[in-house]
Design a protein around this ligand. Structure first.
Ligand SMILES: Nc1ncnc2c1ncn2[C@@H]1O[C@H](COP(=O)(O)OP(=O)(O)O)[C@@H](O)[C@H]1O
Ligand SMILES: [Mg+2]
Length: 269
């Protein structure tokens, strides 16, 4: 479903390489997470895949078609919601269908179906300023899914939420992923979140951003039905990823693993 081949990226002619020879193939229905220190190029890679940014060299194809700009195949969910404050939850969720030119009645019906699935029925006519951060992010997810994308790109979508809301939404995302054939590329700073959600976890290093290793997660699904953290495979993968990241952080101690922009405004997204 997604084929990234030898992507390099630098900003400007003299800029240092941000991504170096990044290649990754993701199968239909697969859930793949990218984890790595701040500044290793995760957001840059997601924006290239989304068609919002051009690679310096290399190619990206989605469902066999070169990804040269935004398209209906791909939807993005960012950390900071990016909802329109002057639109209700329903009008925000329906936005992608509105720009496709769908009639109001039809787009609101489809958007409502997703709001219901995400437990937001009662808040459909509320504005973003009137609902919690967790609800705002559900609206962001509804807005992405309503266009029925083949590929869902998520950039630290739960990074600005409190721990309980985050766990709850991780479970919901897993249910959604199971009930559709969605292919998901998910960026996170949390090893636990990556292992819980993913079929495969890609660990990235920094300066330049590149893949250091990948892990296949074979824990049985659904994972919200049992204590997956008690499984030996969970502890083993978690430990290995942590030691890889610790080594990366030792090389670049000024780059914190915890996102310093959480709660603030990330102008790059
Ligand atoms: N628009 C831009 N112009 C110049 N440099 C950028 C731009 N966007 C990102 N960068 C640089 O690229 C590197 C990777 O950034 P980013 O993709 O946001 O990393 P991550 O999401 O992994 O934290 C950083 O060094 C960042 O400063
Ligand atoms: Mg980022």
């Amino acid at each position: 479903m997604l084929d990234i081949q030898h992507v390099d990226k630098s900003f400007g002619q003299e800029g240092p390489p941000v991504l170096d020879d990044f290649s990754l193939a993701v199968a239909e229905g697969e859930f793949v997470s990218l984890i790595g220190p701040s500044g290793c190029g995760k957001t840059t890679l997601l924006r290239i895949v989304a068609g919002l940014l051009t690679a310096t060299s290399g190619t990206v194809a989605v469902a066999g078609v070169p990804s040269l700009g935004p398209s209906r195949d791909k939807a993005v969910v960012f950390q900071h919601f990016n909802l329109f404050p002057w639109r209700t939850a329903l009008a925000n969720a329906a936005y992608g269908l509105e720009i496709q030119g769908m009639s109001r009645a039809e787009r609101e019906e489809r958007a409502m179906q997703w709001l219901v699935k995400l437990g937001l029925e009662r808040y459909a006519h509320h504005y973003p300023g009137e609902i919690s951060g967790g609800m705002r992010q559900r609206v962001g997810i509804a807005r992405a899914l309503v266009i029925e994308p083949k590929l869902l790109l998520m950039d630290e979508p739960f990074g600005a939420l409190d721990a309980l809301t985050r766990e709850h939404l991780q479970g919901e995302l897993q249910r959604i992923a199971e009930s559709t054939s969605l292919t998901i590329l998910f960026v996170t700073h949390s090893i636990d979140e990556a292992v819980y959600l993913s079929d495969r976890v890609i660990v990235m290093g920094t300066h330049p951003g590149r893949i250091i290793r990948e892990f296949q997660v074979d824990l049985r699904r659904p994972r919200y039905d049992y204590n997956f953290r008690a499984e030996p495979q969970y502890a083993a993968i978690r430990g290995e990823i942590w030691s890889l990241l610790e080594r990366e952080l030792a090389i670049t101690p000024d780059e914190p693993l915890v996102d310093a922009t959480a709660g603030g405004v990330d102008t790059r997204s």
